[in-house]
Ligand binder design. Structure first.
Ligand code: NDP
Length: 442
């Protein structure tokens, strides 16, 4: 594994996020490879760390002043052994091939853990939607889809949203796909609007799922969410719905954040105000603090992890919680950390949490609720059905509970009780590896 890791670094230098994601998985696979040497003979690690294919393309568009802009688009179809490629699109200036490969690699295992038939992929662009008008976002999305559409299809590759891609962007993307292909192919994108093929509960799914996973970890420790103090980072889709679900379980959520700083609200986050500021007005968390009154203050540029809590839900972006932050959280008595975002906790910080006996839920398990409900959206589209919110939430709860049990049991079986990282990596890896083996030299 060390040789493979060195080879990946040498062959694709300049992809630190991808190397980090692969390194975290390789570190935990020793026991399964020792038990199943046929996977080594089949070069399974080499095959699973090389994407099926990776696409990069030019996205030209015009801003409101008439100036021509050029961004770069990506789609990495990482592994299709379990089903059509499935994974979101991210629009953020930090998007690079390395970021998309790391996300695609993680997605393969995450999708396997849901128990559904979904392959793994990811895509996006270094386009920054912040401060852009609706018309600019539409022109960009249309240009992006004009290139990407030829690689998509309900049985081929099915994107969804991610950072910077929500209901508005998905609407523009779907409209352009429909226009170019002349087909109303609902199953080609998930996260669609409720009136045109979307699923109830998809918007809520990642945040709700993460809280459900965190709750299962706490229950295993003999605790529950009721009355716990919770810190959440981010203030986007995942963060908002994590706040909502944690509050529904009786927890007190103290914080949200964005790239300019964080808000701490002693009375607990006012969800209605947060949704108004972020979802309706597309404002900043500092606007929330200004409007909320004396219970809330905005801390510019600070670390949200300085706020003492029992449970931490990092829900913004990769590597946002490092070893220094982990030390502070541990000193303040944190008992569980569950990754709403993808890879928000650095490897050093993960190690510190595990050594301190803090329950740690890795993103590929903890935030799998989003893609799970995307899978349910595809099922509804295929059957031309529309389920109720209650039915979707019930299914999500079942999936997250079974996923937690599967990950915990796998960790026990491979001699790492309580280690959700090892459990998730091995359970996901075995399901994908078995499918690849069965399908021959693919
Ligand atoms: P959104 O775009 O809705 O929200 C992202 C939030 O994170 C914003 O508050 C944003 O603040 C903050 N953020 C983003 N980048 C940075 C940064 N570099 N530094 C500080 N803050 C940052 O995205 P989502 O909520 O959809 O996604 C959040 C995370 O969850 C991502 O890691 C994503 O991959 C993961 N995820 C999302 C799923 C989904 O269904 N949406 C499914 C599974 C995982 P600002 O506005 O200032 O940029």
């Amino acid at each position: 594994m060390e040789r493979l890791y060195a080879h990946l670094q040498a062959r694709d230098p300049g992809e630190p996020e991808f190397h980090q994601a692969v390194g975290e998985v390789l570190e935990t696979l020793g026991p399964v490879l020792a038990a199943r040497p046929e996977l080594i003979d089949a070069a399974m690690l080499e095959r699973l760390t090389e994407p099926d294919r990776q696409l990069m393309f030019r996205v030209p568009w015009q801003d409101d002043s008439g100036r021509v802009r050029v961004n770069r688009g990506f789609r990495v179809e990482f592994n299709g052994a379990l089903g059509p490629y499935k994974g979101g699109l991210r629009f953020h200036p930090s998007v690079s091939l390395s970021v998309v490969k790391f996300l695609g690699f993680e997605q393969v295992f995450k999708n396997a853990l849901t128990g559904l038939n979904l392959g793994g992929g990811k895509g996006g662009s270094d386009f920054d939607p912040h401060g852009r008008s609706d018309a600019e976002v539409m022109r960009f999305a249309q240009s992006f889809m004009t290139e990407l559409y030829r690689h998509l299809g309900e049985h081929t590759d099915v994107p969804a949203g991610d950072i910077g891609v929500g209901g508005r962007e998905l609407g523009y993307l779907f409209g352009q796909y429909r226009r170019i292909t002349g087909r109303w192919e609902a199953g080609v994108l998930t996260g669609k609007g409720l009136g045109w093929g979307g699923s109830p509960g998809r918007v809520e799914a990642t945040g709700y799922g993460n809280v459900l996973f965190a709750r299962e970890m706490l229950l295993r420790r003999g605790e529950d969410l009721e009355g716990l103090q919770v810190v959440v980072s981010g203030s986007g889709n995942v963060a908002i719905h994590s706040v909502e679900k944690a509050q529904a379980f009786g927890a007190n959520v103290l914080t949200v954040s964005d790239s300019s700083g964080y808000v701490v609200d002693d009375k607990g986050i006012d969800l209605a105000l947060l949704k108004q500021v972020k979802e309706v007005e597309r404002g900043r968390v500092s606007d929330y603090a200004e409007r909320r009154g004396s219970s809330a203050r905005f801390v510019p540029g600070g670390s949200v992890w300085d706020v003492p809590a029992d449970l931490a839900l990092p829900s913004a972006t990769q590597n946002e919680l490092d070893a220094g932050a982990a030390h502070v959280l541990i000193r303040n008595g944190v008992r569980a950390v569950s990754e709403g975002a993808n890879m928000p906790v650095t490897p050093d910080a993960v190690r510190l949490f595990q050594e301190a006996g803090v329950s740690f839920g890795p993103g590929k398990a903890a935030n799998a609720g989003g893609v799970a409900v995307s899978g349910l959206e595809m099922r509804q589209n295929a059957g031309r059905e529309l389920w109720t919110f209650e039915r979707v939430e019930q299914e999500l709860t079942r999936i997250m509970t079974e996923l937690h049990a599967n990950v915990a049991e796998t960790a026990d079986r491979y001699g790492a009780p309580g280690d959700y990282v090892t459990g998730a990596n091995i359970a996901g890896f075995e399901r994908v590896a078995d499918a690849v083996l069965a399908q021959g030299l693919v």
